[in-house]
Design a protein around this ligand. Structure first.
Ligand SMILES: [Cu+2]
Length: 402
């Protein structure tokens, strides 16, 4: 009897442990394509080898609409996300095509289950586009429907799961910024991130993460509607969760445990510390930086499915504040297509630190002004040379008086 009790207790402990470690949560916050007026949130949870999609959809006509996963993570346009994942299967059949999820309807609390997909591991859909189409899935044809709304599936932030959603995170366990694996992580990936403004802002743009042949990543960005009188912090944040429009649900910067915030190329900085956008031309901010700091992208801890955030002011590095989050996006699986290129005339010699252009010393206070940084400035009249000289003179006078 006692042995049975022990066995039961042990099996319960194993069950609880596996339940905790298998909690994987993702979100997809729909953006309308054109003036479709379709929006909504889709919460995605791993449930025992299946994926549950909880839909909350607005603006659809009262008929069935296809919900599909696409091959890429590019939501730049209505047709940039590629075909339905697995659509090359012959014959095309909703039950066997991986990316054919369900036919969905307008309203709240839709629940759709799909087998053979995951949000971690080899079958992960994190970093891919989820699309809602104008017509129901035909299930016997590959004919493409018109996309009404789309989003990139991002790593969910358990601290912002909507109340009453039916998704309950474990009190503790593997729920953090490094517990997930992006789609196709067996092959290192390029990424793309289509920035949208947070509430009250107008900033948008595109960030590319291009995988180079030596394994490094070149990050480039073109960002519109920026205030060009300042540099702007640019970071990768840990979660690709845009459920809050003010930018707070993407959490803190992407990092490992021991890293502290700083600017590139500091080698103990957080993984997501990209520095600043500070090179401007025709009111557009540009960014370019090549790095191997992200490490091997063929690992659980990569940037796909996380968020890029643009900040209101300059990131000055250690202990810095960088103001509000003015634009955000989920990093999706990239393609070879580039939608906005960087003018070849621009120089990124000093980037991404963005040395302030002018420094003026007033008494013992140093004020720094960063101006339209198409040129690289040097710091002049710094208090760092004036103050030691002042102290030396005082010391000399004191010594002579004694
Ligand atoms: Cu940030």
């Amino acid at each position: 009897m006692k042995r049975v009790a022990i066995l039961l207790t042990l099996s319960l402990m194993v069950a609880l442990a596996s339940a905790v470690s298998s909690f994987n949560y993702a979100t997809c916050i729909l953006q309308p394509v054109g003036n479709s007026g379709v929006s909504g949130n889709i919460l995605i949870e791993s449930r025992g080898g299946n994926i549950a999609f909880l839909t909350n959809l607005n603006g659809l006509t009262q008929t069935s609409h296809g919900m599909t996963i696409r091959t890429t993570g590019d939501i730049y346009g209505a047709s940039t996300a590629g075909e339905v994942l697995g659509a090359t299967a012959v014959p095309y059949d909703c039950s066997t095509v991986a990316g054919s999820i369900a036919n969905v309807t307008n309203g709240v609390d839709g629940l759709y289950i799909k087998a053979n997909l995951d949000i971690s591991g080899a079958n992960s859909i994190v970093g891919r586009v989820l699309a809602i189409t104008d017509v129901a899935e035909g299930c016997n044809t590959t004919a493409s429907a018109t996309v009404l709304a789309q989003c990139v599936i991002g790593i969910g932030n358990k601290d912002f799961i909507p109340q009453g959603s039916g998704i309950t995170p474990p009190a503790s366990g593997i729920v953090n910024t490094i517990a997930y694996q992006a789609a196709d992580a067996s092959t290192p990936q390029s990424g793309i991130c289509n920035l949208s403004p947070t509430t009250g802002n107008t900033v948008n743009g595109i960030v590319y993460f291009n995988l180079e042949t030596n394994g490094s990543i070149t990050v480039t960005a073109a960002i519109n509607n920026l205030d060009t009188s300042s540099a702007h912090g640019i970071h990768i944040h840990g979660f690709g969760d845009l459920i809050l429009a003010n930018g707070s649900s993407v959490g803190g910067h992407w990092k490992t445990g021991s890293q502290v915030h700083n600017l590139p190329p500091n080698n103990t900085r957080e993984l997501g510390d990209l520095g600043n956008v500070c090179v401007y031309e025709s009111k557009i901010g540009y960014y370019k930086y090549n790095t191997d700091y992200f490490g091997n992208q063929n690992s659980v801890n990569n940037f796909i499915g996380r968020a890029v955030v643009i900040h209101a002011i300059r990131d000055a590095g250690f202990n810095a504040t960088f103001g509000a989050r003015i634009a955000q996006c989920v990093i999706g699986l990239g393609t070879a297509t580039s939608h906005q290129t960087i003018p070849s005339t621009l120089s990124f010699a000093s980037e991404p630190i963005c040395t302030p252009d002018t420094t003026t010393t007033t008494g013992s206070t140093t004020t720094t002004t960063t101006t339209d940084a198409t040129t690289t400035g040097t710091t002049t009249g710094s208090s760092s040379t004036i103050v030691p000289a002042f102290i030396m003179i005082i010391s000399l006078i004191s010594f002579l008086l004694l």
